[in-house]
Design a protein around this ligand. Structure first.
Ligand code: CA
Ligand code: CA
Ligand code: CA
Ligand code: CA
Length: 332
């Protein structure tokens, strides 16, 4: 999100990326799991382009999707196949597009938020800020999707009934304007590398925090781009490491590559085996760049609570990894 950070200090960003990636790579190598080879596409998607959402306010952006065929003949939806058109939209914590702009969480009337039945009697409340889009599952059931695929930056509150233990699955998508390439058109840069990040807090009915996003979550990437070459992507066990691929904006990115992996049908289920997925990588608020986003900063007592600090999480590349699946289990 903080484009200036990447533009002005690419060396530092790369160094931080290497440091952030070092620990999980070691873990993944130890697991001895053979890597899953991706399908590669090259260039911008040109087929089945449609608009999911158009933001016409300040800094107007359009969230499109499209399809692109890989070398091996598989058709991929980019940036992601979503349930945006069919699923319930997550209620707003903060959303300029719906004129929901509370100054603090105390101004949010939780009683007005519908409680979704996810199987159980205990009521939980999840607060989520995702750059840019998320779909929220409990025990494999899709409860709600982010109402804003790209911008304006928004945050959501989802209430549901469940029984402990239960598994939360979140599909996170870093949206793009150059479909299939992961590039944005941003402040005059026509091939700008956008970045991601997601933070969430889950509380029980007594306001006790039962989960925050941190490195104990599992995170696996299923779509990564732009890659300046296929070879810059390094597979180490289940680790899909793009740290050699460069995060600078380019003048012409139309020949860059993307890597795609098929998403397991049951990835969000409680009994899906995620032991071989890498742990999530955490990123600081500064690195993600949220200081100018009230959808986050109006709720720092939620997201930056000193006794239960939710971290921004993602896979090893906040820039290249554009479709990341995240999982955690809330124990008894
Ligand atoms: Ca969003
Ligand atoms: Ca983004
Ligand atoms: Ca935090
Ligand atoms: Ca990206």
């Amino acid at each position: 999100m903080n484009r200036q950070f990447f533009i002005s200090t690419p060396g530092l960003a790369a160094l931080l990326g290497i440091i952030a990636a070092a620990v999980p790579i070691a873990h993944a190598q130890e697991s001895g799991v053979p890597p899953v080879e991706p399908s590669f596409t090259q260039g911008e998607a040109q087929s089945d382009i449609s608009t999911l959402f158009e933001w016409k306010g300040e800094n107007p952006r359009t969230a499109n999707i499209g399809t692109i065929r890989s070398d091996d003949g598989v058709e991929w939806t980019v940036p992601a196949k979503t349930h945006f058109g069919t699923a319930m939209k997550a209620p707003d914590l903060y959303n300029e597009a719906n004129a929901v702009t509370p100054d603090r969480v105390a101004d949010v009337n939780l009683a007005q938020i519908p409680v979704i039945d996810a199987g159980g009697d205990e009521v939980f409340t999840a607060y989520i800020f995702g750059d840019n889009y998320f779909e929220f599952y409990v025990n494999g059931n899709l409860l709600a999707v982010d109402p804003i695929p790209m911008t304006p930056f928004n945050s959501s509150v989802i209430r549901f009934k469940a029984q402990r233990p239960f598994t939360i699955g979140i599909m996170g998508v870093d949206w793009e304007e150059r479909l299939g390439l992961g590039f944005e058109k941003f402040r005059g840069a026509v091939f700008h590398q956008g970045d991601a990040g997601l933070v969430a807090v889950v509380k029980d009915e007594s306001e006790e925090t039962v989960a925050v996003t941190d490195q104990s979550w599992k995170a696996q990437t299923f779509y990564t781009s732009p890659l300046k070459s296929k070879e810059c992507l390094v597979l180490k066990g289940p680790w899909r490491d793009s740290s050699n691929c460069g995060t600078d904006d380019v003048d012409d990115g139309t020949s860059h590559f993307a890597a795609h992996w098929p998403i397991p049908d049951d990835w969000a289920a409680a009994d899906f085996d995620d032991r071989d997925w890498p742990n999530a990588v955490t990123y600081t608020n500064d690195f993600v760049g949220v200081e100018n986003k009230p959808a986050y900063t109006n709720f720092t007592d939620l997201f930056d609570n000193p006794s239960a600090d939710a971290k921004f999480i993602w896979s090893s590349s906040l820039v290249h990894d554009n479709l990341v699946l995240l999982r955690t289990t809330i124990e008894r």
